[in-house]
Design a protein around this ligand. Structure first.
Ligand code: AMP
Length: 227
């Protein structure tokens, strides 16, 4: 049995930050489809160019490509003990494919981060990422702050401009929101209030994962937190 976590929620809800923390806490990889696609978009290949155009418009990349990317990633050895998926699935077709991919690995734990819409728009327009490694700037970082990991400059993500961010939120409502209903009846579906400090959100998520998932309770990181 592996620890299979899906982060669900609109752009700006904090999925990336929280997925990173869960990944470190439980010793399982964070798999961010947005990060994988941004890397591919920078590769200069034809596929990369097409992906970039789709992302810059705030639309979703096709299900077939996404499912193949995730299938390949989940097959790598580091994902054998589990994973935290950030940004996948985003459509019901992707969710159905994921169910088939993880059959035999144990249940999915789905964490739905809930944040009011007006807060999301503000967060997205304020968000800065490192142009070198893509890490998020700490909230409130100075305008001229540099990334502590690689020394890169912080810039706005191309798809965080107000117009594209609004489109992404609309795409979420249309194509991803139905996943809440898709997962709601599953025994390990949890709504987490994401409109509070990142530390409070992390603590709530870790509590939920540790109690809901027997396999998580045996992970050393969780024991440390309880001690
Ligand atoms: P994110 O970093 O998760 O906000 O994703 C950035 C962009 O990558 C999205 O707006 C989509 O264009 C694309 N993307 C990421 N994950 C997916 C997915 N699972 N399905 C389709 N497109 C995706």
């Amino acid at each position: 049995m592996s620890l299979n976590v899906v982060m669900l929620g609109p752009p700006g809800a904090g999925k990336g930050t929280q997925a990173e923390r869960l990944s470190k806490g439980f010793g399982i990889p964070k798999i961010s489809t947005g990060d994988i696609l941004r890397e591919c978009a920078m590769s200069g290949s034809d596929l990369g160019r097409r992906i970039r155009t789709t992302m810059d418009g705030g639309q979703l990349v096709g299900d077939d490509i996404m499912i193949e990317i995730v299938r390949e990633r989940l097959a790598r050895p580091d994902a054998a003990p589990g994973f935290v998926l950030d940004g996948f699935p985003r459509t019901v077709v992707q969710a159905e494919a994921l169910d088939a991919m993880v059959a035999g690995r144990g249940p999915l734990t789905v964490l739905h981060l809930v944040v009011p819409m007006d807060v999301l728009v503000d967060r997205l327009s304020a968000r800065r990422i490192c142009e070198g490694c893509g890490a998020n700037a700490a909230p409130g970082a100075a305008a001229d702050a540099r990334c502590p990991a690689c020394g890169g400059q912080y810039v706005q993500r191309r798809d965080d401009s107000t117009a594209v961010a609004r489109e992404r939120l609309a795409v979420f409502e249309r194509q991803t929101r139905p996943l809440v209903e898709y997962y709601r009846t599953s025994p390990a579906f949890f709504e987490i209030d994401g409109h509070r400090s990142p530390d409070d959100v992390t603590a709530a998520m870790r509590r939920v994962v540790a109690t809901a998932t027997p396999v998580a309770a045996s992970r050393p990181a969780v024991k440390e937190e309880r001690a």
